[in-house]
Structure formats: structure tokens, C-alpha cells
Design a protein around this ligand. Structure first.
Ligand SMILES: *[C@@H]1O[C@H](CO)[C@@H](O)[C@H](O)[C@H]1NC(C)=O
Ligand SMILES: *[C@@H]1O[C@H](CO)[C@@H](O)[C@H](O)[C@H]1NC(C)=O
Ligand SMILES: *[C@@H]1O[C@H](CO)[C@@H](O)[C@H](O)[C@H]1NC(C)=O
Ligand SMILES: *[C@@H]1O[C@H](CO)[C@@H](O)[C@H](O)[C@H]1NC(C)=O
Ligand SMILES: *[C@@H]1O[C@H](CO)[C@@H](O)[C@H](O)[C@H]1NC(C)=O
Ligand SMILES: *[C@@H]1O[C@H](CO)[C@@H](O)[C@H](O)[C@H]1NC(C)=O
Length: 386
């Protein structure tokens, strides 16, 4: 059954030649075998990979930055893929060094951080210590929940009454869902569902694009303002958070099996597929005008890799070929000459692909991104297992 579908896809998609997840994971093993030599695993974590640098830019392991869970996560996936205990030992070192993140309550990003490291560690080892960290971290994130708004707070604000929620925060809910599953505490689950409901109601637009930021009045629960910080304009659709929504809403569906969440996940996924250029990799914002004032408009490959991780799971849930084709188009492109991190001799960075954009406004674009690599590896493992 699946084989037939695969053949169909091979015939109808011009971008799909001979995509085998295996080759791509072999490439990941090769690149990360190089990368780990330069990374002080357990002390620093890679974040951005500039094309001609030989080593990744790094962050300390315990921080409130959203990116520190991805490196341990990649190491866990490489262990799962190769069954080689060298990767397992590295993954354990990288993960356990991040234990103190479970208590960090000044940011919502502990969802990203803990699920990348301890979440994958628990998935593969069933180590009870890891389960405890996940549950504690979920309860830490829960301290940011406001019942009046129905959401966990994203960014802190010093102004009275302001309660800021960003669309990206859908990705942190997996920690609440998983913390609830592991502890049996239904409150954590209800918070995640409530946050999902508010995101669908307030962040999504009728065409399934989104507002990145919604500011609520935390006393009344009313919406004060909808705008963007990282996107091109308040009315535009920032590709990275569109990717977070594809993945985050699909994850919320995995835990809830609620039809209205599936509809929302499919809506944002269709937007991502239909509005991206032919190679499946969006520009950094879907609505940047292609005119003389915007002479260089970079892509966002990491947004595409993130979306791909949702698309392959959506395909599993719905068996709708649109998502499998969308997934393959993205993965083929990332693995091709236009994006791959070894596409040109002058590229030295031991990463998987370039052309990620974290912030066009801060001039961070056309580089490898650790989260892009993470979602690429995660997606391919998922695809191979299907
Ligand atoms: C965060 O943790 C600190 C120290 O444990 C505590 O004083 C503070 O009240 C906590 N903040 C929230 C929002 O729970
Ligand atoms: C369930 O989670 C909520 C939110 O973190 C917390 O207030 C409550 O104490 C937890 N209940 C138990 C039994 O741990
Ligand atoms: C979420 O929305 C669904 C569908 O409208 C509703 O049935 C459910 O009660 C809501 N849950 C929460 C916690 O808001
Ligand atoms: C927030 O809502 C409360 C209660 O309705 C109101 O008193 C307060 O003025 C509002 N704050 C802002 C900044 O609008
Ligand atoms: C380019 O920017 C200038 C200055 O802001 C503006 O006057 C002009 O209309 C813009 N051109 C286009 C094509 O939007
Ligand atoms: C990808 O980034 C490289 C430099 O990092 C750049 O030269 C190239 O044009 C970019 N490719 C695309 C498709 O934007």
C-alpha cells in the first residue's frame, strides 16, 4: 500500500528523484562526526553555523535560549539511527548537563529545550530520572499559565497588564502534554489544550496564516494588540512561525486526537505547501514584496525542515498524499545543490544545510541553524520508520 503511494509520488513530483532517508541520515552521521570534535559537549551547544566557518557558534548549555535542546536531540537521533553507543554517551553527556533548565521559569522556551534533550532521552532509554525532569519542567512551565488568558506567557513584559503570547509557543506545549502523560496530572494537559484553543482562535487568520504576537490584558483576558516582532509586517506571515505552527498543531493533535485541532494543523500545513516557492523552501516571510526595495530576500530552510516534521506526521494521520509530496519536496531541496552544507568547496561548516534565517532583521540568515538540522534528522527518522 505504502509502496504504491511512494511510486506515485516518485512519478508525479519533479523534485523527487531517489530520496532515501538512509543516505541522508548517513550524511548527518558524517557531518556530526566532524562537528563533535569542535563542540565541548556538556559545556557548550551549537546554535548557528556560518557557511565558511569550520565550527559552529555556540551557547552555554544552561540558558533560557530556545536552541540548547536541539544538539542533544540530534545526538539521540543519531544514536537511534546507528545504534552506536558513542552517540549515546555523547547524548547522555549533552542531556544531563542541561538538567538545571527544568527550574528556569523566566522563559517559555524550556519546552523546546527539555523535549529536545530529556524528551528524546526518555523516549529512547525510559530512564526514570529523565521522566522526573520532564514532569518538573512541565510544572515550571505551568507557573506561566494565566487562566484568564488561557495561555502560558511567552515573553515577559514590564508594562502593567500586558500578557504576550507568540505563535512559536505552540512548540512548548509538547512539554505540558508529555509531562501530563508521564505524571497523570490532567491540569497540565488542560493547560496545553486551552493554550492550543486560544492560539487557533487568536493567532490564526481565515487563510491559515498567522499573527506572530498577540498581546492580552492579563486582568481582563481581552486582546489588546496583534502584531509581529520577527516578521516583515504586522499583517504578514513569518515563515518560521508558520513552520512552528505546522509542527506544533500536529503535535497537539497527536496528544488530543481532536478533530478541530487536526483541521487547524491541516490549514497551516496547506498554507505552507501552497504558498512556498516551487522548491518548497519559503522566503523568510511569505509577504515580503519582491520589488526594488527588497533586493535580497533570503529563504528560510529551517522553517521548511520544521514544517516537514509536521507534514510527515500529518501524512501518517490522514494518508493525504499532499503532505507526503510536500514533505519530500522540502527534503529533496534541502539535500540538493542549492542548500546542502557541502554544496560548494568553500563551505566548511559541519552542518546539514544552509539558508536558515532566525532573524532577517538582525541579519542572521543564510546560515546553518541547529534547529533546522534537528528537524531534518527527526523528519527522516520518522519517514524511515513509516
Ligand atoms: C520563578 O522562580 C523564582 C525562584 O524560584 C521565584 O521566586 C519566582 O516567584 C518564580 N516566578 C514565577 C513566575 O513563578
Ligand atoms: C498538577 O499540575 C499543576 C500545574 O503545575 C500543579 O499546580 C499541581 O500541584 C499538580 N498536581 C499534582 C498532584 O502534582
Ligand atoms: C477547547 O476547544 C474545544 C472545541 O471548541 C472545547 O470543546 C474545549 O472545551 C476547549 N478546551 C479548553 C480547555 O479550553
Ligand atoms: C486591563 O483590564 C482591566 C480590567 O478590565 C482594566 O482595568 C485595565 O485598565 C486594562 N489595562 C489596560 C492596559 O488596558
Ligand atoms: C521604496 O522605498 C521608498 C522609500 O521608503 C518609497 O518611497 C518607495 O515607494 C518604495 N518603492 C516601492 C516599489 O515600494
Ligand atoms: C544560500 O546561502 C548561501 C550563502 O550562505 C548563498 O550563497 C546562496 O545564494 C543561498 N541560496 C539560496 C537558494 O538562497
Amino acid at each position: 500500500m505504502f509502496i504504491n503511494k511512494l511510486l506515485l509520488v516518485l512519478i508525479i513530483s519533479p523534485f523527487v528523484a531517489a530520496l532515501t532517508g538512509k543516505e541522508l541520515l548517513d550524511f548527518a552521521v558524517k557531518q556530526y562526526t566532524k562537528a563533535v570534535h569542535e563542540i565541548k559537549t556538556g559545556v557548550r551547544c551549537p546554535s548557528i553555523g556560518r557557511p565558511t566557518a569550520t565550527a559552529w557558534d555556540t551557547l552555554p548549555v544552561v540558558t533560557s535560549d530556545f536552541r540548547v535542546g536541539f544538539y542533544p536531540g540530534i545526538l539521540w537521533y543519531l544514536y537511534e539511527y546507528t545504534n552506536d553507543k558513542t552517540w549515546k554517551e555523547l547524548a547522555i553527556t549533552a542531556t544531563e548537563a542541561e538538567a538545571d533548565i527544568q527550574y528556569i521559569n523566566r522563559t517559555h522556551d524550556i519546552g523546546f529545550d527539555i523535549m529536545g534533550s530529556f524528551g528524546n532521552g526518555y523516549r529512547l532509554t525510559k530512564n526514570e530520572k529523565y521522566s522526573k525532569v520532564i514532569v518538573t519542567a512541565a510544572n515550571t512551565l505551568a507557573t506561566r499559565f494565566n487562566p484568564k488568558v488561557g495561555c502560558t506567557r511567552s515573553w515577559n513584559s514590564k508594562k502593567p497588564d500586558q500578557f504576550i503570547v507568540i505563535a512559536d509557543n505552540m512548540m512548548n506545549l509538547e512539554l505540558l502534554f508529555e509531562g501530563s502523560r508521564l505524571s497523570g496530572n490532567k491540569t497540565l494537559y488542560d493547560m496545553a489544550v486551552s493554550h492550543t484553543n486560544v492560539t487557533i482562535r487568536e493567532h490564526l487568520r481565515a487563510d491559515y496564516s498567522h499573527y506572530q504576537v498577540v498581546m492580552f490584558n492579563e486582568t481582563s483576558g481581552h486582546v489588546m494588540k496583534k502584531y509581529t516582532v520577527d516578521g516583515y509586517a504586522d499583517h504578514s506571515c513569518w515563515s518560521q512561525a508558520q513552520g512552528w505552527l505546522v509542527s506544533g498543531l500536529t503535535t497537539a493533535y497527536r496528544y488530543t486526537r481532536a478533530e478541530y485541532i487536526l483541521r487547524a494543523a491541516e490549514g497551516v500545513a496547506k498554507y505552507f505547501i501552497d504558498k512556498s516557492p516551487a522548491d518548497g523552501i519559503p522566503y523568510w516571510d511569505y509577504d515580503v514584496p519582491h520589488d526594488s526595495n527588497h533586493t535580497y530576500i533570503p529563504r528560510d530552510s529551517s522553517a521548511a525542515a520544521t514544517a516537514a516534521s509536521g507534514l510527515i506526521e500529518l501524512y501518517e494521520f490522514t494518508k493525504n498524499d499532499k503532505y507526503l509530496i510536500g514533505f519530500k519536496r522540502i527534503m529533496e531541496s534541502l539535500n540538493g545543490d542549492r542548500y546542502r552544507a557541502d554544496a560548494k568547496p568553500e563551505y566548511k561548516i559541519p552542518a546539514l544545510f544552509l539558508n536558515g534565517t532566525t532573524s532577517f532583521k538582525k541579519s542572521i540568515y543564510d546560515t546553518a541553524m541547529i534547529f533546522g538540522d534537528y528537524y531534518y534528522v527527526k523528519s527522516f527518522k520518522y519517514y524511515l520508520d513509516l
